[in-house]
Design a protein around this ligand. Structure first.
Ligand code: 13P
Length: 252
């Protein structure tokens, strides 16, 4: 039985004061969070440490939105996996489409980061998804399969099973245009089959596959009750405590 993972990707929003204020609101609601869901928030790098400290004793996980794959060295502006681990970061988002689009992130770097995260005991959330053009050309599955194959190249089954995948169709991110629950589930099922081909059904059955792209309180239940969708990666709607809380408690 796969647990649900409800994750907020705060992107480049919230300074330290805003981040801590939002955390306080989430803490006050956390006693009423659905016990069947794991809850994760991913603030900006500069706020990670303070957010993590503030959440001490609360069952809300903290993740980074990116990291470098190298251990240490002359990589100006980068953050290493060890640095994240050292401040108690539990998860890291890898290969988000915004990073692929604006910061030249490619499947090869996703692969390196995925491996580096596991070496340090950080759970990677690997983002995959097609553009609108790719979907309209009917190559969305081929695109995602390619991202999975390259992203998981030479990744051991024992690590694959602990990797989270977020299916985020680019045309649904921040657009208010959600994939239909059928489209989202079909792709999640397809991704699971890809993993089954690479590894085994035993492994693919255990992998958490999230959907991301304009998830809101009012569409969360429809999406999160699909057979192969095990959670959501939420942008805009995770910036409001009450809205995020409603998504966490979609089942109620
Ligand atoms: P929105 O929920 O704002 O569409 O963002 C989705 C996303 O990119 C999460 O990583």
């Amino acid at each position: 039985m796969r647990r649900k993972l409800i994750a907020g990707n705060w992107k480049m929003n919230n300074d330290l004061d805003d981040s801590l204020a939002l955390v306080e609101e989430l803490k006050s609601l956390s006693g009423k969070f659905d016990k069947d869901a794991d809850v994760l928030i991913c603030p900006a790098f500069v706020n990670l440490y303070h957010v993590k400290q503030s959440l001490s004793g609360f069952d809300i996980k903290v993740g980074a939105q990116n990291m470098h794959f190298e251990e240490v060295g002359a990589f100006t502006g980068e953050i290493s996996p060890a640095m994240l681990k050292n401040i108690g970061v539990d998860y890291v988002i890898i290969g988000h489409s915004e990073r692929r689009q604006y910061f030249n992130e490619v499947d090869e770097t996703v692969n390196k980061k995925l491996k580096a995260a596991h070496i340090h005991g950080i759970i990677p959330i690997v983002c995959v998804g097609e553009t609108l053009k790719q979907r309209e050309s009917g190559i969305e599955k081929e695109t995602v399969k390619n991202q999975i194959i390259k992203g998981f190249e030479n990744v051991d089954g024992s690590e694959a099973v602990k990797t989270v995948i977020a299916y985020e169709p680019i045309w649904a991110i921040g657009t208010g245009r959600t994939a239909s629950s059928r489209q989202a589930n079909e792709m999640a099922y397809f991704i699971r089959n890809c993993l089954s081909e690479i590894y085994s059904s035993d492994i693919s059955d255990k992998v958490i596959i999230q959907y991301g792209g304009s998830v809101k309180a009012d569409n969360a239940k429809e999406i999160l009750t699909q057979s192969d969708i095990d959670g959501a990666l939420i942008g805009g709607a995770s910036l409001k405590a009450e809205e995020f809380y409603k998504i966490i408690n979609y089942a109620k």
